[in-house]
Write a protein that binds this ligand. Structure first.
Ligand SMILES: C[S@@+](CC[C@H](N)C(=O)[O-])C[C@H]1O[C@@H](n2cnc3c(N)ncnc32)[C@H](O)[C@@H]1O
Length: 217
């Protein structure tokens, strides 16, 4: 994250979550252009899966600029949270422009939301767990917020189960560090640590670059 914050000398980095806020303050104006299309297949697949559950209440953590929001069913109450005010501001504009009345947005840390337990039928995380400082705490909170019989749907890049590294991720490391990504992120390890069971695994995007997991809370 350090590289992303280096051009903002006036902003004291008070911790890992501040580094995320500072990074996404920089990304926010260009996020949709840089990462809209690249991540689109994963978002669409994730929302298709979520809609298949016909959920009444969905929480999306790290909702960003809200690119996935138009993909949820109009009958579903969607709560989107993010730590970046600038990303959320864009999500708010998107919702206002669409006229959607089923979406609420809040500036909150996904690791400690304060929502009551089992508040949501489905909890979603798209491209968040590999950029958040403590993915295990976020996963624990996602599980706490999922209702019994509900689901967690997670989309991210990940190394294969049990792998620590592979050539493409090793080659991408210098660039990825600059962008605040972890190419050697292993979602399977994080889920195992959190004791969260995987119900289904799908590959999406070019060359199956991203993984969508349906998990049992
Ligand atoms: C790569 S963007 C993904 C945005 C969106 N989900 C998408 O599909 O485009 C990651 C987002 O996660 C947010 N984020 C990272 N850690 C977070 C946390 N602990 N709580 C809430 N949001 C977080 C960032 O601010 C950023 O908006």
């Amino acid at each position: 994250m350090a590289d992303l914050t280096s051009d903002f000398p006036g902003e004291a980095d008070r911790g890992p979550l501040d580094a995320v806020r500072i990074a996404y303050r920089r990304y926010a104006p260009v996020y949709d252009v840089l990462f809209g299309a690249v991540f689109d297949a994963g978002r669409r697949q994730t929302c298709r899966i979520v809609n298949g559950f016909r959920p009444a209440r969905v929480l999306e953590v790290g909702v960003g600029t809200g690119l996935s929001l138009p993909l949820y069913g109009a009958d579903t109450q969607v709560v989107g949270i993010d730590v970046s005010p600038e990303m959320l501001e864009r999500a708010r504009r998107r919702v206002a422009l669409s006229g959607a009345v089923n979406v609420r947005l809040h500036e909150l840390d996904a690791a400690a939301t304060g929502f009551p337990s089992a508040s949501f039928d489905v909890v979603v995380a798209c491209y968040v767990l590999s950029v958040t400082p403590d993915p295990r705490r976020v996963l624990a909170e996602m599980r706490r917020l999922s209702s019994p019989g509900g689901a967690m749907v997670i989309c991210n890049h990940t190394l294969g189960a049990g792998r620590r590294s592979h050539l493409p991720s090793w080659l991408m490391k210098p660039l990825a560090r600059k962008l605040g990504w972890r190419p050697d992120f292993n979602l399977f390890d994080e889920l195992q640590f959190a004791g969260i069971a995987i119900r289904e695994c799908r590959k999406v995007g070019q060359f199956g670059m991203f993984t969508v997991l349906i998990c049992t809370p």
